[in-house]
Design a protein around this ligand. Structure first.
Ligand code: LLP
Length: 439
């Protein structure tokens, strides 16, 4: 999406900063900090774009929200209402999706190490697709499906061997990856043989996912070419038709004002064009294409509010601004060197129009007992002071979802805002919650 204004959804009206109409300072006061704030309007805006740029534009396609990016019951209900399917990667995510009323048939279940319990739960629940990641899994699904007396639809997750230009921890499509089936001929023969031995396993097609937060479409297209070649081989050599083609997620978003995130159509238009060309060239029916965006739907729809606790100047070195959260609510800077943008609520900053001579270069430190707990290194802010509310933008994906209780910090509350109204989606943890499971 080529947006000119960043962050989207913020309206700064003198001292009042509104996000999806809700006053951020008032939210911090009412719900305390750290606080995750998600905008329902921005989430739904992405869902609408997903429909117009992909689902409606290319009939017969499907979209699954990769719920690992941000899963709460509230969020799942929005996804249900938007009519999207859901990608889950664990029994826990499946449980929540079913609880939220997502039809099992609209759920796709992934994982490179699904337990017997998870396979059984998924098959018994009637999930629409199970994505096979290793040979043995075919037999394990067969046992469960035979037991349940059904045929389970599956896809093969394949490894296209394409290196994506993203952090190596979130790159998944390269050959040396724990995810997916290698496209070696010898391996393929074994997988096809297994399918033949498993009458309750119904092969529908292929899945691939090249990596996450990709800011250009080249890795997707390179991977797609390889997977399409493989699909043609499956038909020619084994008579196995690829009726479905799930092209994963990974569509990048804007974290910094200078980021130039492509539009969804920059990814999907050339991908669909490639599939169509392939189908004409190979004289094979067009497979039903699917995508699985996670971050792209929720990333820019969320921000985190912190309270500045301390400002410490190390003369000649740097100034640290310490906040009341950090790696426990956002592990991404520590884990992936992820970069974020922030501003002090109610005070104009560089991104929202302040004169540059009022700015001070600082580093935002988290509260956790670890030197690596730095949220933002070197950002220009207008004279940050203890008590100020700091908003860190684009925290809607993989922050709440990856939160921990490190240092026994209770995890923050999460509010969903919609046209100026806030509803508590997840209450803040208490100290009792933190020790709750202990004997
Ligand atoms: N489909 C599959 C099979 C995936 O493995 C993933 C992400 C997605 C879809 C969704 O990708 P997205 O559209 O959100 O990029 N924790 C990391 C990201 C890990 C992504 C894992 N798989 C982060 O915070 O950047």
């Amino acid at each position: 999406m080529v947006t000119t204004h960043f962050p989207e959804g913020i309206v700064a009206d003198d001292a009042r900063w509104l996000f999806d109409g809700a006053d951020l300072a008032a939210l911090a006061k009412e719900f305390d900090t750290p606080l995750y704030v998600m905008s329902e309007a921005l989430i739904r805006q992405r869902c609408a774009e997903l429909r117009s740029a992909f689902l409606a534009r290319y009939p017969g396609t499907r979209a699954y929200y990769a719920s690992k990016a941000f899963q709460t019951l509230d969020m799942l209900r929005i996804i249900k209402d938007e009519g999207l399917g859901v990608d889950v990667v664990s029994g826990g995510e499946l449980y929540a999706a079913l609880k939220a009323g997502i039809p099992a048939s609209e759920i796709i279940f992934h994982g490179n190490a699904k337990t017997d319990e998870e396979i059984s739960y998924a098959v018994q629940s009637g999930v629409g697709r199970l994505v096979v990641d290793n040979l043995e899994e075919i037999y394990r699904i067969e046992r469960e499906a035979a037991h349940a007396g059904i045929a389970q639809t599956i896809l093969f997750r394949v490894t296209p061997g394409v290196d994506s230009h993203t952090h190596r921890f979130i790159s998944t499509g390269s050959l040396d990856s724990k995810f997916g089936i290698p496209l070696e001929a010898s391996e393929t023969a074994r997988y096809v043989a297994a399918l033949r031995e498993c009458p309750h396993v119904e092969f529908a097609g292929l899945h691939f996912h090249v990596g996450s937060q990709l800011m250009e479409n080249s890795s997707h297209l390179a991977a797609l070419r390889i997977v399409l070649d493989f699909a043609a081989r499956l038909v020619r050599e084994f008579g196995l038709a690829v009726k479905e083609l799930d092209m994963g997620g990974g569509f990048g978003i804007r974290y910094l004002p200078e980021d130039n995130a492509p539009a969804l159509s920059d990814f999907v238009d050339p991908m669909i064009a490639l599939v169509r060309e392939w189908s004409e060239r190979e004289k094979l029916p067009l497979p039903a294409c699917a995508i699985e965006p996670g971050r792209w739907i929720v990333g820019e729809a969320g921000l985190t509010l912190y309270r500045i606790v301390a400002v410490k100047e190390i003369p000649g070195v740097r100034a640290y601004v310490a906040v009341d959260g950090g790696m426990g609510d956002n592990i991404r800077p520590a884990l992936y060197e992820a970069k974020y943008h922030a501003a002090i609520v109610g005070r104009a900053d560089a991104g929202l129009g302040a004169a540059s001579n009022q700015l001070r270069r600082v580093t935002i430190a988290g509260r956790y007992c670890e030197s690596g707990d730095i949220l933002i290194r070197d950002i220009d802010l207008p004279d940050p002071r203890p008590g100020d509310i700091l908003a860190v933008f684009s925290t809607g994906a993989y922050c709440y979802a990856m939160a921990s209780n490190y240092n026994r910090a209770p995890r923050p509350a999460l509010v969903m805002v919609k046209k100026g109204k806030a509803r508590l989606s997840v209450r803040r943890e208490t100290y009792d919650d933190v020790i709750h499971r202990e004997k």
